[in-house]
Design a protein around this ligand. Structure first.
Ligand code: HEM
Ligand code: HEM
Length: 210
């Protein structure tokens, strides 16, 4: 197989649209929205809906988008590493076995972020003032906040609300940091694969085009 062989079809539109929507939502919540603000939570719920669609697609979508096409398998991932080391190039109809591990790691981390985020945010409205209700957060009183400069977004009215959000907030933040690391590794993997095998992986995931 040469690097220019078009041996790979494009991912179907749902995979491509959900991929880029998830990426945009993660980027928005990581760098644009105020942590815990209304927009952060709206984007978060949108992210949850998009991910739900992709996971449903993993059950009912076309064969290469289904979980059955890329079950996580450390054994296959090691085999794939050996192939890379031996300079062998293999075509994969779905994610390659290493990529598959990364996909599940990203999904698992996103689900953790979403679950803790929703548990903290509770039902709408999420205009900051209302969010104090129904939250299952244990807040250490008097824990003056790093986010005190939120500009009044978080007037929950209780002492210490500006500070740590208890275990849920800790898990949410830790998972977000883990996600950033995974994304860096993901991008490194995409770059590596592109250098090794040409641009097929990128072309297959391109947001537009047939
Ligand atoms: C990948 C997307 C997301 C990223 C990168 C992200 C990141 C963060 C970070 C870094 C914080 C501050 C945590 C802390 O200091 O305690 C935060 C807070 C928060 N996030 Fe997210 N988040 C994301 C998704 C979500 C989702 C899906 C929801 C809910 C639907 C959500 C709801 C919240 C809430 C309610 C807070 C406030 C907790 C606090 O005040 O500490 N987030 N988020
Ligand atoms: C926040 C940023 C990102 C996240 C969370 C993310 C996450 C993911 C996930 C979950 C998949 C699996 C797709 C599926 O089966 O539904 C995937 C695949 C992929 N992503 Fe990303 N991604 C991000 C950014 C990017 C960027 C910036 C690029 C390109 C420069 C990229 C290129 C790809 C490619 C080419 C694949 C397919 C890999 C394969 O063929 O196995 N991703 N990504």
């Amino acid at each position: 197989m040469t690097a220019t062989t078009a041996n790979r079809r494009r991912w179907d539109p749902i995979v491509r649209i959900t991929h880029w929507s998830v990426a945009i939502a993660v980027l928005a919540n990581a760098v644009i929205t105020e942590e815990g603000s209304g927009p952060h939570i709206w984007v978060g719920y949108a992210l949850a809906a998009i991910l739900a669609l992709r996971l449903l697609w993993g059950l009912v979508g076309p064969p290469e988008a289904r979980f059955s096409a890329f079950w996580p398998s450390p054994r296959k991932a090691l085999g794939h590493l050996r192939e890379i080391r031996a300079g062998k190039r293999t075509a994969h109809a779905s994610h390659n076995p290493l990529g598959a591990l990364m996909v599940y790691a990203i999904w698992g981390t996103l689900l953790t972020i979403i679950a803790t985020g929703i548990a903290m945010a509770g039902p709408p409205p999420w205009d900051g003032a209302e969010r104090g209700e129904g939250r299952h957060v244990a807040v250490a009183p008097g824990h003056a906040g790093e986010r005190g400069e939120d500009g009044g977004e978080r007037e929950d009215g209780e002492e210490g609300e500006e500070g740590e959000e208890g275990p849920l907030g800790e898990i949410h933040e830790t998972a977000a940091n883990l996600l950033y690391l995974l994304i860096l590794l993901h991008l490194a993997g995409v770059i590596f694969e592109t250098r090794r095998n040409g641009r097929q992986v990128l072309v297959a995931m391109a947001p537009i085009g047939r």
